[in-house]
Design a protein around this ligand. Structure first.
Ligand code: URA
Length: 191
């Protein structure tokens, strides 16, 4: 039977495939338009996201909103999801086994959405989605193509909060994203 967003979300919200289910408050499935042409992928929920069940709602999320606004976009124009849907304790990186248990949900989200562009937010997402040995400091802002989808990684907004000196480079990456959106997308305009 064909997959649906409703079936996928229901399954994901009840997931017990890894031990993160023991400590989560909420599963953070994803947010935005289910017809978006641009998909942003973060690493995993933090404390605020776990509380609210929505990705990127803390300080890093506010910065992501600001970066989107610079290129004329809002959350409702894109889709935002994470590699793992439940919060890793103490905000540690998600373990390989946790990513493996969870990645099927993201794959099904990608299959339903069929985005034209995928933007990896940070190193963890880039290593999982673009290439295992991805180097964020060297390769951020570069375009990669996989199965007809254009992909790029940008610095994680939390990394930009820690090191504001990287903001000019992040700004350039978002400008490159803006140009790519206007080149490839049929109904998303970034202005
Ligand atoms: N960091 C992430 O990678 N994802 C979120 O949803 C929030 C913070």
């Amino acid at each position: 039977m064909a997959d649906t967003w409703e079936a996928l979300e229901k399954e994901c919200l009840a997931c017990r495939e890894c031990s993160l289910c023991e400590t989560r408050k909420n599963v953070v499935f994803g947010v935005g338009s289910r017809e978006a042409e641009v998909l942003f992928i973060g690493e995993g929920p933090g404390a605020n996201e776990d509380e609210q069940g929505e990705p990127f709602v803390g300080r890093a999320g506010k910065l992501l909103d600001d970066m989107l606004a610079i290129i004329g976009l809002e959350r409702k124009d894109v889709y935002i999801a994470n590699i793992v849907k439940c919060r890793p304790p103490e905000n540690r990186d998600p373990l390989g086994v946790e990513q493996d248990a969870c990645i099927g949900y993201l794959r099904r989200q990608v299959a339903l959405l069929r985005p034209k562009i995928i933007v990896c937010l940070g190193r963890i997402a880039a290593m999982r989605i673009i290439r295992e040995d991805f180097k964020i400091s060297r390769e951020h802002g570069q375009w990669f193509e996989k199965a007809g989808v254009q992909m790029m990684a940008v610095f994680h907004p939390a990394a930009l909060l820690r090191d504001p000196r990287r903001r000019p480079e992040a700004f350039d990456d978002f400008k490159a994203l803006q140009a790519k959106i206007n080149e490839l997308c049929e109904h998303t305009r970034a202005e």
